[in-house]
Design a protein. Structure first.
Length: 131
């Protein structure tokens, strides 16, 4: 299941990157809203976003959201940070890098806990009941 979530996250983040490129190309404002409709990056990004959403619905139908969502959001945050640094020349400071590594640690913990869920302890029985 983690591989499916990683694939969905990558697809959604590729859609975000293409939307960002489209926003940059179209001027990024609503002063000329028709520019959005004529920017191919925006259309491709939107289609990939819809595909990611459909795959996400598949995951939600089969897995606990309390496990899937933190992994998805954490991976998305890490991916976008990396993508913005590699492809958009955005700077990543020391604090953001440390925060991103902490998020990665949290993803690993959530994933490992979901693979070995704690077994609920049975409620205590009342002494003398049924004796």
């Amino acid at each position: 299941m983690i591989l499916i979530i990683i694939a969905i996250t990558l697809l959604a983040n590729l859609a975000d990157l293409l939307l960002k490129l489209g926003a940059n190309e179209s001027g990024g404002s609503l002063s000329d809203p028709m520019a959005i409709f004529f920017t191919p990056w925006i259309w491709i990004g939107a289609l990939l976003g819809v595909a990611a959403m459909a795959a996400w619905v598949y995951v939600l139908g089969r897995h606990h959201i309390s496990h899937a969502y933190p992994v998805f959001v954490g991976m998305a945050f890490m991916n976008i940070t990396l993508i913005s640094w590699l492809y958009l020349d955005e700077e990543i400071g020391r604090q953001r890098l440390i925060g991103t590594l902490l998020i990665l640690t949290g993803i690993v913990i959530v994933h490992l806990q979901s693979r070995n869920p704690e077994k609920p302890t049975p409620p205590p029985t009342k002494a003398g009941a049924g004796d």
